[in-house]
Write a protein that binds this ligand. Structure first.
Ligand SMILES: NC(=O)c1ccc[n+]([C@@H]2O[C@H](COP(=O)([O-])OP(=O)(O)OC[C@H]3O[C@@H](n4cnc5c(N)ncnc54)[C@H](O)[C@@H]3O)[C@@H](O)[C@H]2O)c1
Length: 98
């Protein structure tokens, strides 16, 4: 199974990687490293890390097509940002719209 994990370098996301990678899943992480660091991931077979934001619809769409499951552990933006109309799209909504 191929998994796309957004926010995969964070606390919850990295636990998902640790759980599913040993089970033989191929995992693609999309993370902008806003509150985490790329260095949390060593080079591991079956794990690919892409630096980018889930606000980038094309990036998420491109990588969702090649994935069987999407798991989102991306932090929600602060309310203040949501009101300005520049909110971060929810990955599940994006996935459903594909
Ligand atoms: N940790 C918990 O125990 C817990 C419990 C319940 C709910 N949650 C919720 O789960 C979510 C994740 O929690 P966490 O503790 O893993 O947070 P975290 O900050 O450790 O991880 C969030 C990850 O998302 C990344 N990120 C942020 N904005 C992004 C964007 N626009 N595009 C791509 N990546 C982005 C960050 O760089 C980080 O790696 C949060 O919404 C949190 O409120 C967490």
């Amino acid at each position: 199974m191929r998994l796309l994990i957004t926010g995969g370098a964070g606390c919850l996301g990295s636990n998902l990687v640790e759980r599913y990678l040993p089970q033989g899943c191929e995992i693609l992480v999309i993370d902008n490293f806003a509150t985490s660091r790329r260095e949390v991931f060593p080079e591991l077979p079956g794990l690919m890390v892409v630096e980018g934001s889930i606000a980038d619809r094309d990036l998420v769409k491109r990588n969702s097509i090649a994935s069987d499951r999407l798991m989102s552990s991306t932090a929600q933006p602060p309310t203040r940002i949501r009101r300005t109309g520049t909110r971060t799209p929810r990955p599940m909504s994006l996935a459903r719209s594909m």
